[in-house]
Write a protein that binds this ligand. Structure first.
Ligand SMILES: *[C@@H]1O[C@H](CO)[C@@H](O)[C@H](O)[C@H]1NC(C)=O
Ligand SMILES: *[C@@H]1O[C@H](CO)[C@@H](O)[C@H](O)[C@H]1NC(C)=O
Ligand SMILES: *[C@@H]1O[C@H](CO)[C@@H](O)[C@H](O)[C@H]1NC(C)=O
Ligand SMILES: *[C@@H]1O[C@H](CO)[C@@H](O)[C@H](O)[C@H]1NC(C)=O
Ligand SMILES: *[C@@H]1O[C@H](CO)[C@@H](O)[C@H](O)[C@H]1NC(C)=O
Length: 760
């Protein structure tokens, strides 16, 4: 699904913001609904949901399995628009609106895009941010400005750098995506027994491009091996459902191995419900928006829309998300394709979700008192700044950073996002209370600077004198801060990329600036581009990647430029050479290298410009692995004493790492632990991230210990059948990227199957 205020403006009858609440809770005290046991807080959630479903007529049932549910006025059930959005803060959606103009609910805390938050490799921080978004989201819901269902997070692994929506995700690595999902969901929802909001993992499964090379997500059939499916594309959803017990899942537009995702009993029933044990209680599956129509229209998997609609509900989808009617529920019903037990199953799941989030609780819910006062709290705003600082990645530095004496320098802030608040947010945004640009930050710091706009796109034909203006602005400067990169949102771009190269017009300007013999720092926003041309220019002194840094992006970048903080972010995605686009189409799903593909992600593709996990600091570190870590482990011993239902979640002995700051700058350090070795099925991955931890505030000369947690699943590999297997063999632990220290251990004994993948 793609949704933005700009898109909405084009849809008749829907406005981006409004001045009145448009959703409401039922009156479970004095209203008609109070007569139905759904309002009885002494009953269990399944009993309450069943009571509501039993009270509905068939006609009413049919009107409440679409995102714009009509409710049932006859019994006091209000209409409810299920479609809320909150990817990196409460955002616009048909079910989530902002008050327009002065007044409560006109702004929400806007965090950086998820890929930058993931670059912080800071799980605790992600949980705190999730909690802020959950609290603000609940305030929105309580006030009638939103559903309390939010269709976030996006956990599709960022497999190909050309994907236009990759920045919505936590990156390309499975462990990274899983932990982001785990902590974000815990933060958003709170405890299972009483949820703050319902979160939704999307898009299940294999959705990782939009519109590329003649295929769109609406008609594409993801052809993928069982091994890649189990190991990569499905793993985030295992985390969401089996382990995090998320409240909802969104099935994707695309088909997987011939079956549209939303009509796939294998995906929705066999794996999700049966294998992962995601129970019927307290959770539902929504379609992506208008995915039901795709089943017949684009996938040609059903003869009619009515038939496709029934197929989806039968397969286990519970809600059809749509703008203005994409399913054919009336047709499916009148033709006898959609049966009452199927309707009841969907409605019970949907309403049990609402019961658990306190929708039918009146003042009994602990969360119902959350109000506008809880929104835009200083503590929330501090987290938005903190995560932008922690996530920003230093890619190159010849010593120019931190700036030596910014107060007595003459700076020039050049480029299209130097003073452009809109460029801070990225996709799926709300309206922040403020946007603090780099120009704002420099002004606050009392720095002496000039500024000029810069080019945006490589194919821009605008009659520009950017160069003239930029050169004039830098004439008095000794230090140039260039704020550029590829802002896909500014390009009005909702599609995937065809090039990974720097926009030509920007490169021309950077080359000119680099010849001026002034300090030149590039602060790159948006997605990764091939930085090779910048790296080969001696006049480019440093490169910082800030993606879409959110409402406090300017101050975050200046904290790093001035050395108030040291950069500590690590790339959650590889930076590929521009010619990668010639080597493999986006539509190729295989991860392992082959005659037709150089391989995907750092696990399989070695020739990156900057690898996954890379990120420089202002100081130097020396990590060491304690010698107490065992050299030999018996596989049979590893599950002894572990009663976990899923053996892959049993703990592996933690990795004790001591980190010393051997430089001159206080800094955080992200300890990344990769595994490599020749065990399990061939080909062997180059390496696999298996654990990580952030060590905070290491002063010069200081040493701190980190105990890296991992479980058997993080050490295992997947065989061709998709089974998770712990293999005997010689393992090498590699710490950091590039590797700073390593240790070997051996697993001995029989291989142990931790999880048997259900075959189709
Ligand atoms: C929101 O409303 C407040 C007044 O309540 C006003 O000061 C502020 O400027 C408004 N913000 C936006 C983004 O409209
Ligand atoms: C170039 O920029 C100057 C200053 O912003 C402006 O006055 C002038 O009209 C521009 N010229 C062209 C050809 O765009
Ligand atoms: C600021 O920069 C201008 C232009 O270079 C210079 O004339 C002025 O002295 C500077 N001011 C300070 C306070 O450094
Ligand atoms: C792709 O570009 C890189 C440098 O950016 C170069 O080393 C490599 O040889 C190129 N590969 C191909 C297949 O052209
Ligand atoms: C730390 O500072 C000292 C003294 O200024 C200097 O000699 C040393 O090279 C610095 N070390 C690093 C790693 O920058």
């Amino acid at each position: 699904m793609r949704y933005s205020p700009a898109v909405l403006l084009g849809v008749a009858g829907v406005s981006v913001a409004q001045n009145a609440a448009f959703q409401s809770y039922p009156d479970c005290k004095n209203g008609l609904l109070a007569k139905i046991k759904v309002c009885d807080v002494t009953l269990s959630p399944p009993e309450r949901a069943a009571a509501l479903v039993a009270a509905l007529t068939n006609e009413e049932k049919l009107q409440n399995i679409i995102s714009k549910s009509k409710g049932a006025p006859r019994i006091g059930l209000p209409a409810y628009n299920w479609w809320g959005e909150a990817l990196h803060g409460v955002a616009y959606a048909p079910g989530t609106q902002f008050h327009f103009g002065p007044g409560p609910f006109n702004s929400s805390t806007s965090f950086p895009m998820p890929v930058l938050m993931a670059a912080a490799f800071d799980d605790e921080l992600i949980e705190k941010i999730g909690e802020v978004i959950g609290i603000e989201g609940r305030a929105w819901g309580n006030a009638g400005f939103s559903a309390i269902d939010y269709w976030t997070p996006n956990v599709n692994p960022f497999k190909d750098p050309r994907w236009g929506r990759g920045s919505e995700t936590p990156g390309e690595d499975i462990l990274r995506v899983k932990r982001y999902a785990e902590y974000m969901i815990r933060g958003l929802e709170g405890p299972l027994e009483q949820r703050r909001v319902v979160a939704t993992c999307k898009h299940y499964a294999g959705n990782d491009f939009e519109d590329w090379g003649g295929h769109t997500r609406h008609d594409f059939d993801v052809v993928v091996s069982t091994q890649d499916l189990a190991e990569y594309y499905m793993m985030p959803f295992q985390q969401c459902t089996r382990d995090s017990k998320v409240g909802s899942i969104m099935c994707a537009y695309n088909a997987v191995n011939g079956v549209p995702s939303c009509a796939s009993p294998y995906l929705l029933q066999t794996i999700l419900r049966e294998h992962w044990g995601w129970t019927d209680h307290n959770n539902y599956i929504t379609s992506d928006c208008e995915a039901v129509l795709d089943v017949s229209l684009n996938h040609k998997y059903a003869k009619t829309n009515a038939e496709g609609t029934a197929m989806c509900f039968d397969a286990g989808m519970d809600l059809s998300c749509e703008y203005e009617g994409s399913s054919d529920i009336p047709g499916a019903w009148s033709q006898g394709l959609l049966k009452v037990p199927t309707l009841d199953r969907a409605l019970k799941r949907l309403y049990e979700g609402l019961v658990r989030v306190g929708y039918f609780d009146n003042d009994h819910s602990a969360y119902n008192s959350i109000s506008w006062d809880a929104v835009n709290q200083p503590s929330a705003q501090a987290l938005a700044l903190q995560v932008a600082v922690e996530g920003t990645v230093l890619l190159k530095n010849d010593g120019a950073l931190p700036l030596k004496d910014p107060k007595s320098s003459n700076l020039a802030l050049i480029g299209f996002w130097a003073n452009n608040g809109k460029a801070l947010s990225g996709g799926y945004s709300g309206t922040p209370a403020f946007t603090h640009t780099p120009v704002y930050a420099a002004t606050q710091l009392g720095l002496n600077f000039t500024t000029a706009w810069g080019p945006v796109l490589q194919d821009s034909t605008a009659p520009d004198n950017w160069t003239t203006n930029a050169l004039a602005a830098v004439s008095t400067a000794d230090t140039i801060l260039y704020f550029g990169g590829l802002d896909t949102t500014a390009a009005g771009e909702t599609k995937d990329r065809y090039s990974l190269a720097w926009p030509a017009a920007q490169l021309t300007l950077i080359k000119q600036l680099s010849q001026l013999k002034k300090t030149l720092i590039i602060i790159q926003m948006g997605d990764q581009l091939d930085d090779t041309p910048l790296l080969s220019l001696p006049g480019v002194n440093a490169i910082l990647w800030a993606n879409w840094p959110g409402q406090d992006g300017g101050p975050a970048v200046f904290q790093l430029l001035t050395g108030q903080k040291s950069p500590s972010g690590r790339l959650p995605v590889s930076q590929y050479p521009a010619n990668y686009t010639e080597l493999v189409p986006v539509t190729e799903m295989a991860l392992r290298p082959s005659a037709t593909s150089p391989g995907r992600t750092y696990r399989w593709y070695p020739n990156t410009i900057f690898p996954f996990g890379f990120g420089l600091s202002y100081t130097t570190f020396s990590p060491t692995i304690a010698s107490s870590f065992p050299k030999t482990l018996q596989i049979a011993d590893l599950t002894k004493g572990c009663t976990n239902k899923h053996k892959d979640t049993c703990p592996f002995p933690s990795l004790p790492v001591t980190v010393k700051n051997t430089g001159n700058h206080t800094a955080d350090y992200v300890v990344l632990a990769f595994l490599k070795g020749e065990y399990g099925p061939k080909p062997y991955p180059i390496k696999t991230l298996s654990s990580y931890a952030r060590v905070r505030d290491l002063k010069p000369g200081e040493e701190k210990k980190a105990d890296l947690k991992w479980n058997l699943g993080d050490v295992a590999r997947h065989d061709e059948m998709g089974n998770t297997v712990l293999y005997p063999g010689r393992y090498t632990v590699l710490v950091d990227e590039p590797t700073r220290t390593e240790v070997m251990f051996e697993l001995v004994g029989e291989e142990l199957v931790l999880d048997i993948w259900p075959q189709k």
